[in-house]
Design a binder for this molecule. Sequence first.
Ligand code: HEM
Length: 396
Amino acid sequence: MSYQFGTNWATFSDKAGPVIGPLMGYEVLTAFFLEAGFLGIALFGRQRVGNGLHMFAVAMVAVGTLVSATWILAANSWMQTPAGFAMNADGQFIPTDWWAIIFNPSFPYRLVHTVLAAFLTTAFAVGAVGALHLMRDRDNRHARIMFSMAMWMAALVTPVQIFVGDLHGLNTLEHQPAKIAAMEGHYETQRGAPLILFGIPDDEAEETKFALEIPYLGSLLLTHELDGEVKGLKAFPKDERPPALLPFITFRVMVGLGVLMLLVGLWSLWARFRKTLYTSTWLHRAALLMGPSGFVAVLAGWYTTEVGRQPYTVYGLLRTSDSLSNVDAEAVGASLIAFIIVYFFVFGAGTFYILRLMWKSPTSGGGGELAGAPTRAAGITPAIQIEATGGDNAGR
Ligand code: HEM
């Protein structure tokens, strides 16, 4: 992103730089150093520094990531709901109140929603690995701990996430009503608006085709009144509307996955109560299938947020089309292709490595410090845990 600010978004960087620049600078100063400094110890230092210091390093990586998320979400939220600035004669955003900039109206909701999303993503990834190894060996102690912790997280955090998501949506309705209209697939402003479950929003025809709807529920969810008024896209000038199709679809993907996460969480509670948490093959299959769900929900959420705030980079003030660098499409295309090639190998190698770690039984390799080790070790991510088991993982 930092790279893109310079190459593709030079006008945005010039205009919004006085606000965004320091926020990104704080991120690097406070967060990256913490994360990067301790990540090496977390991944490779366990045998060298001892359990206590190793645990501390892992915690510092987590804290660093959280601080990093805070700054970057403050920057993104400011672009969605700008506050605490004045404009100078060159049309630049000049900070007047940093407190208002950081704690802008959408920041608290976005921070909590995104951090919970990360917790859930982790829970379902770890849960899937636990489930995979339980399907192979129900008595695998490490797999049991992994699965149990992940399912606790899923059962406890998903309802909170859905509640926070609802509050987030109400806040968006207040500050970016056109985004909500696009997410809901509403073109007409109406009282007693339906909730459109499925359909195909068509911006040309200004209607959602093949709509399957539940009467009044749209108004009830958004205004908490049966006949509350909900604005449609036609209430906004055409050149201020976001394209509706993508946010409409991605919002449903996100919420649909949230509902599935809730069901798996509740199922795990039921299985725990019936003492079948480690033996229910169907639950393990479901958890395995849900392994990538968090990643997909997070991407869907970001598509909703970012496409829904079009056509602006700084909402209502700076248009996306006015934020671009003065470079040709070919140049943008070339740098994009370069990115795709480089990241294909970098992410490809990382993904391959992680999938291989996940595939191996947490007890594989035997010996090492984790054989019969304290259960606390399971609190560390499986990748790190396996790394520490030595044996055939050693030396990597
Ligand atoms: C099931 C109920 C959910 C509701 C009602 C909900 C609501 C929302 C809303 C309204 C937005 C857009 C806010 C805006 O752009 O201003 C959003 C964005 C987002 N959602 Fe959800 N969400 C739900 C579930 C989830 C789940 C399960 C995840 C991931 C595990 C998730 C991850 C995200 C992310 C990463 C964003 C983009 C960042 C942000 O704007 O907060 N959401 N969600």
